[in-house]
Design a protein around this ligand. Structure first.
Ligand code: SF4
Length: 611
């Protein structure tokens, strides 16, 4: 089945739905035993920029009896046509309806895509609620960062893959092959996969709440289901994806990408990625250099991004960059270095790139005051920030972007005032170096407390507090003439609710979707009224989830997901934050005993080296 041309003429960006891109893999449908639809609950341009899907696409398609095809959320114009004509949502490669696949796997990277998952299932003519799907329907699974608190989506997903998919998927496929061969009921498969470490089957657990409405416990209902689900972690990064699908239209990250390391050791206390991707695993320089060459050859890209949570923490990054530029100079290679630390070595690094790359620089002090930076464990001093800015101006930049967060724990109006003073000082440095006012863009996000972080217990700032701080910032930054951008705090409130929610939130998500909410991450589509109505109709309060300080001993709905970092370490970090004490980076200093030392070889070796 293909979407008829007369549909594609009527929608924006029809190439979102045509498939047939360079390097896409089309296997014989009838000859392949297991069929998997890799689904991304946002539009094509965003989904095609995701780093995880190409890894899974390559891994699954490398198995002779498995085919993996892609599907992205159709934009509202396409959705309207599909619904009007009763055409089911189909994959990009073979154009088969999703309901013909064995497994539909969603990548959940952002809570505000949850309604799109429901919408895609509905468009695929598959019951949205797991309890309403029978043995004739595909298995619906999900992974990604949001799976580390799976409860809000538990009503819709048959099982979750927790952690690195490269580790768990081969075992999952073995189990699926065996089950499919027997044509047994789905329940049998669910019980078998519950035995695989890192697989969480929510329907095999019973949730209880306390009389006051607080979450009480999640208990397995069958022996195969484990009380605690351990995150899967690959010890060594698998080979990089060097033959990814090349889109025919512009996507968000329109370049090649190679993961140079996974994980971060810095321990910023607000950062979920810094906890849930521990420990740091680096790819060797030779593998990166070879991988970049293969990407150039296989895809025709002359721009490649070196992806990492903190790119210049990669050992000898300057040598790697120099080697890559030298090795691939005939291709006029451009390197993109996202996520740079705020220090002058970052400026030197970017300055070492060929001159056509000297476009924008971005630094993230996150907080204006030293006190608050200590609270969040962002160990960069004001002197270092100013030295970084001075180095940038001296090396020729006249503009850059600064990231801050508002609403951090213990934040006062004085801390916001210090953001203004810091931007002011940077402006003065720019004026001194360049003889004119620099162009600064100040991007401010609202802090969202996330599960599995030291701030998982803290209250999120309310709208009135945020409005006052935003107003102060707006007025104060006027004299620097910097450009201030600031997302709608209601979006962050909803993100805070969904990220620290329990299973009851499934009803809210379902109702919001019924009321028409989809693409909640898109400004033009976000409808807060729908969500408020959904909360009211289901008898739940958003403030209960987002704006309530949780005692350290309160049971947490995600505590059965064991990311490897212990609750004791997170509590200790929470206390150190309140005391204004930093915890050192564990990469080159002592191990902080976050919990992974008990079961990760890298951390055990480090402990031995340092002892
Ligand atoms: S166990 Fe130690 S070395 Fe490993 S990630 Fe945790 S703090 Fe760092």
């Amino acid at each position: 089945m293909t979407y008829p041309d007369n549909i594609l003429y009527q929608v924006t960006k029809p190439a979102r739905y045509t498939g047939g891109e360079w390097n896409s893999i089309v296997k014989g449908w009838d000859k392949t035993y297991i069929k998997i639809a890799l689904s991304y609950p946002d539009v094509y341009e965003i989904g095609m920029s995701n780093m995880a899907l190409p890894i899974l696409y390559e891994l699954l398609n490398s198995q002779p009896d498995v085919l993996a095809e892609r599907v992205y959320a159709p934009w509202v114009d396409m959705e309207a046509i599909l619904r009007a004509r009763g055409i089911p949502l189909a994959s990009l490669e073979s154009k088969h309806p999703l309901k013909d696949f064995d497994i539909i796997g969603f990548s959940l990277g952002y809570e505000l895509t949850y309604t799109n998952v429901l919408n895609m299932l509905h468009l695929a003519q598959i019951p949205v609620l797991a309890a309403e799907r029978d043995d004739s329907h595909p298995i619906v699974i999900a992974g990604g960062t949001c799976a580390l608190n799976p409860e809000p989506m538990a009503d819709f997903i048959d099982f979750f893959v927790i952690g690195d998919g490269e580790e768990a998927l081969p075992e999952l496929l073995d189990c699926f092959r065996d089950w499919k061969g027997k044509a047994a009921p789905k329940q049998q498969l669910f019980q078998q996969v519950a035995n695989i470490p890192g697989i969480y089957v929510p329907s095999l657990y019973q949730v209880e709440y306390q009389a006051a409405g607080l979450f009480k416990s999640i208990t397995p209902t069958v022996p195969q289901a484990k009380p605690s689900i351990q995150r899967r972690i690959v010890n060594k990064l698998p080979p990089p994806v060097t033959k990814p699908v090349v889109p025919y239209i512009e996507v968000v990250h329109d370049r090649g990408a190679i993961e140079i390391q996974r994980g971060c050791s810095r321990g910023c206390r607000f950062c979920q990625a810094g906890i849930i991707y521990r420990p740091v695993r680096e790819r060797s320089q030779s593998e990166v250099i070879q991988g970049v060459g293969e990407i150039i050859t296989n895809c025709g890209y002359n721009e490649v991004s070196l992806v990492s949570l903190c790119t210049n923490d990669y050992p000898d990054i300057d040598k790697l960059v120099a080697n890559l530029i030298h090795r691939y100079q005939e291709y006029n290679l451009t390197l993109s270095l996202p996520s740079l630390r705020t220090d002058s070595s970052s400026v030197s690094l970017v300055a070492s790139l060929p001159s056509h790359r000297k476009t924008g620089l971005t630094f993230a002090p996150e907080a204006g005051s030293q006190r608050l930076r200590r609270t969040i464990n962002k160990y960069v001093t004001e002197d270092e920030i100013l030295q970084t800015a001075a180095a940038a101006f001296n090396k020729g930049w006249s503009s850059f972007k600064l990231y801050f967060m508002l609403g951090l724990p213990n934040e006062t109006l004085d801390d916001v005032q210090e953001i203004i003073q810091l931007v002011d000082k940077i402006c003065s440095l720019g004026r001194k170096a360049k003889g004119q006012r620099p162009q600064l863009r100040v991007s401010v996000s609202t802090f969202v407390p996330k599960p599995h972080t030291p701030f998982q217990w803290v209250v999120q700032a309310n709208q009135a507090e945020l409005d006052a701080k935003h107003e102060l910032l707006k007025q104060g930054l006027r004299r620097t003439r910097s450009r201030l951008s600031w997302p709608d705090p209601k979006v962050s409130l909803l993100e805070a609710v969904l990220s620290r929610g329990d299973r009851r939130l499934g009803k809210v998500i379902y109702r919001a979707w019924q009321l028409g909410s989809t693409f909640d991450a898109w400004d033009e589509r976000f409808n807060y009224e729908n969500w408020l109505r959904a909360f009211a109709e289901t008898g739940l309060e958003p403030d209960f989830y987002a704006q309530r300080e949780r005692p350290l001993d309160e049971p947490l709905p995600w505590a059965h997901i064991d990311v490897g970092v212990t609750m004791a370490f997170l509590k200790q970090e929470c206390q150190r934050a309140l005391d204004g004490r930093e915890t050192p980076d564990c990469r080159n200093k002592a191990c902080n005993a976050c919990g992974l030392e008990h079961w990760q070889p890298q951390c055990q070796q480090k402990l031995q080296r340092l002892s």
